[in-house]
Design a binder for this molecule. Structure first.
Ligand code: ATP
Ligand code: MG
Length: 342
């Protein structure tokens, strides 16, 4: 397999429009914000933003979409095509935080989220973030730069995609809060991952190469533990399924079959946070001490007892914890594109 041509030059096809997009490809949710970029006197402007969130369930065995990249051919000169579907198909996989996970799926996820808004010939400039720049930044850029032809049912659209900037995961969430301080610490309690990172402005603090992470310790672990919660099992006379436990935890009232399980959720939440937050903080004691301004983001912050625990422990929950990262990335994207246009 070889790439004969990889271009990020914008086409000048008649009627082609330019879009700006930010994407946060999480292990649990893919979050995309995009807007059309228009020219105005002395610079650029943006149309109303669209915001799309979908579960990170992807499949290469489904042919909803087929796509190829201009110039990408295999050893015998055949065009390399990939097919995919996004959604709860039988055998669909959750996107994995690995070199071949996010980089493999970021482009299909982006195009799927924007599909109905896109026309043949459009250009997309995209911003995204990774938690480990050394390991993933180049792969993400390589996956997102090129001229791609996507086919869905009878519709064919060729898009030029450009990604020059892959930021550090979490800077979007910090930016979205417009903090008055330069030094900020961010705790991200996601579906799979628990992450802690110290930032100086929009960069990681000197001495910290990448965010500190605990894999498989996010809300998925809390939910798995909750299935076995003794008080709940005694009330229901059985063990919960994972989906039941998830629906109890994600519903802020924590009711199920007429029972109020908020006390049990609080007990499990406290146990979980006392373990994972203490563990991730212990990986970076110096940074925790040096950064008095501590923010918390991620889907877990939607859970009332998580929010209460965080406030008790000196963290400020961000506004809109499910989307703070992608919203902030979009704010940064607009500012940098405006600057580049002038
Ligand atoms: N009201 C809610 N709506 C959606 N998710 C919720 C809600 N309350 C709690 N959650 C939890 O938030 C989790 C998703 O969090 P988030 O979107 O931050 O994960 P992610 O960024 O996709 O994953 P990761 O950070 O591990 O890559 C879900 O697993 C769910 O349990
Ligand atoms: Mg996340």
């Amino acid at each position: 397999m070889q790439t004969q041509e990889r271009t990020s030059k914008k086409t000048s096809a008649k009627g082609a429009r330019n879009f700006l997009a930010s994407i946060d490809p999480g292990n649990q949710n893919i979050d995309v914000i995009f807007a059309e970029v228009t020219q105005k006197k002395g610079g650029i402007a943006f149309t109303n933003e669209a915001h799309v969130t979908i579960p990170s369930l992807v499949s290469s065995d489904v042919d909803d979409y087929t796509f190829s990249q201009s110039g990408l051919v295999d050893g015998s000169g055949e065009i390399v095509a990939r097919q995919f579907g996004i959604g709860a198909y039988p055998g669909a996989q959750w996107i994995k935080d690995s070199p071949d996970g996010k980089a493999q799926w970021v482009l299909p996820a982006l195009i799927h989220c924007m599909w109905t808004a896109l026309k043949d010939g459009d250009n997309i400039t995209v911003y995204t973030s990774v938690h480990n720049a050394q390991a993933y930044r180049d792969e993400m850029k390589a996956a997102l730069n090129g001229v791609f032809t996507f086919v869905k049912y009878d519709k064919q659209k060729t898009m030029t995609v450009k990604c020059d900037r892959v930021l550090v995961e979490g800077v979007g969430a910090i930016k979205s809060q417009n903090p008055s301080t330069v030094a900020n610490l961010l705790l991200d309690l996601g579906g799979q991952t628990v992450m802690l990172a110290p930032y100086s402005g929009l960069k990681l603090t000197a001495g910290c190469d990448q965010p500190y992470q605990l894999l498989h310790q996010g809300t998925a672990r809390l939910i798995a533990e909750f299935t076995k919660c003794r008080a709940v099992n005694e009330t229901l006379k059985r063990v919960l399924t994972y989906q039941e436990a998830r629906s109890i935890i994600d519903n802020p009232l924590h009711t199920f079959k007429g029972h109020d399980f908020s006390g049990s959720v609080k007990a499990e939440v406290d146990k979980w946070l006392n373990q994972v937050v203490k563990q991730v903080e212990s990986l970076a004691p110096y940074h925790v001490e040096e950064c008095p301004n501590k923010f918390a983001t991620g889907g877990a912050v939607m859970i009332p007892s998580v929010r209460a625990w965080l406030i008790d422990h000196g963290y400020t929950p961000v506004n809109d914890p499910l989307s703070a990262n992608v919203s902030g990335l979009f704010i940064i994207a607009k500012a940098l594109e405006e600057r580049d246009a002038n």
